[in-house]
Design a protein around this ligand. Sequence first.
Ligand SMILES: [Zn+2]
Length: 68
Amino acid sequence: MSRVPPFHSSKMNTRRVYHDNAYCGEGQNIDPASRKAGTGGLPRCIRCAELPADNRPVTAKGNPPQKK
Ligand SMILES: [Zn+2]
């Protein structure tokens, strides 16, 4: 799973977005000291939105994995 609880940086000199994907490099670059849990009322990071929600490769839309 690469999806993580929303977090954002409390620093004002960073892009004002929240992250929720463990693979987002921008999210990884947030200093742990300034990392805050939650969305902070900020828009979602576009990179997090583009990254897949899990480790599986992106497949054709409309064909979600079947649950047993
Ligand atoms: Zn992000």
